[in-house]
Ligand binder design. Structure first.
Ligand code: UDP
Length: 319
């Protein structure tokens, strides 16, 4: 297929773009490089440096869009909600309009567990209430809602994938390594690995008084290679007039302390940790049920072990 990958110079988008190229698709990456890296665009993909509001210029003749380009920092979204509504919702509506005009009827959307907010039960299933606790999650949920409406009104074929905590790195068939490298890094695993890399003194543990076995937050970590494969399955599962929503996690929760232990084991570094205040808006436990995507699309994580996720992230860092 001829596919447009928005945000394909970012961490997850670049891995998906690489897997699409490997699968023989004709890939165009559209990215404004606000947070992405031009050298993350896979060889074999065409790269267009532009915003999603300018997508009309490249949509002619496309069979589908995989849409990753977004603002994704929860804390920033609380400080600058308008920025998140403008980019994530406004930008996506502009993209969907341009798709309609160009007759491109298929989209796979990068959604998030943040659409659920504070869950009432664990693991979370797709029919659970969506009550986001920050503008980032709210803006992604608004897009999910719009996709449902566009499917009903215009026959759009849409799939939203709600990611839980993504980690690890992907080594493509040509040996090229795709890894996480955010300029502003808020995620746990890269922040922990920054200590043995000599980029920070210690890791802050945000809250040790949560109602969890060791008092630290529990999250569901999924390997980026497994997550990316789900997008290829979703692309095939797109059906005109339908909007499907799938959670993507490994189904197992690990606490911040457990992540720290695994990082210490993998790196052989003691990694000092200091207890810090809770981070506003962090739910105690976020674990996905991925039963729906397993049963409907046949997805299965190949790297469900946290150790593999951490080891792949660690091995991918050039040093
Ligand atoms: N966390 C932490 N220290 C850090 C970064 C994150 O203790 O330097 C905690 C955070 O409070 C949350 C968990 O690790 O409980 C996962 O956070 P992350 O930002 O990786 O993902 P999120 O669950 O927010 O999407």
């Amino acid at each position: 297929m001829k596919l447009l990958v928005t945000g394909g110079a970012g961490y997850i988008g670049s891995v998906v773009a690489a897997q699409l190229v490997e699968a023989g698709h004709q890939v165009t990456v559209l990215d404004d490089l606000s947070t992405g890296h031009a050298d993350a665009v896979p060889e074999g993909a065409r790269f267009v440096e532009a915003s999603i509001t300018e997508a009309a210029a490249v949509l002619d003749g496309m069979d589908g869009v995989l849409h990753f380009a977004a603002k994704s920092l929860v804390g920033e979204s609380v400080q600058k909600p308008a920025l998140y509504w403008e980019h994530n919702l406004g930008g996506t509506l502009a993209l969907l309009d341009a798709m309609r005009a160009a007759g491109v009827g298929r989209v796979v959307f990068s959604s998030t567990a943040a659409t659920y907010g504070e869950p009432e039960r664990s693991p979370i299933v797709e029919t659970d209430p969506t009550r986001p606790t920050n503008p980032y999650g709210a803006s992604k949920l608004a897009v999910d809602t719009a996709l449902g409406a566009f499917a009903g009104l215009y026959g759009l074929a849409a799939v939203s994938l709600r990611y839980f905590n993504v980690g690890g790195a992907y080594t493509a068939a040509d040996g090229r390594v795709y890894r996480e490298r955010h300029t502003v890094e808020t995620h746990l695993i890269p922040n922990v690995l920054a200590v043995p890399l000599g980029q920070r003194e210690a890791v802050s543990v945000f809250g040790t008084d949560y109602p969890t076995p060791d008092g630290t937050c529990v999250r569901d970590y999924i390997h980026v290679a497994d997550l990316a494969r789900a997008h290829l399955l979703a692309l095939d599962a797109c059906a005109p007039g339908e909007h499907k929503i799938y959670n993507l996690g490994s189904g197992t929760g690990f606490s911040v302390q457990e992540v720290l232990s695994v990082c210490r084991e993998v790196t052989g570094h003691e990694i000092p940790a200091v207890v810090a205040e809770r981070r506003p808006g962090d739910p105690a436990v976020l674990v996905a049920s991925s039963e729906k995507i397993k049963s409907e699309l046949g997805w299965k994580p190949e790297h469900p072990s946290l150790r593999d996720i951490v080891a792949d992230a660690w091995d991918a860092v050039p040093r």
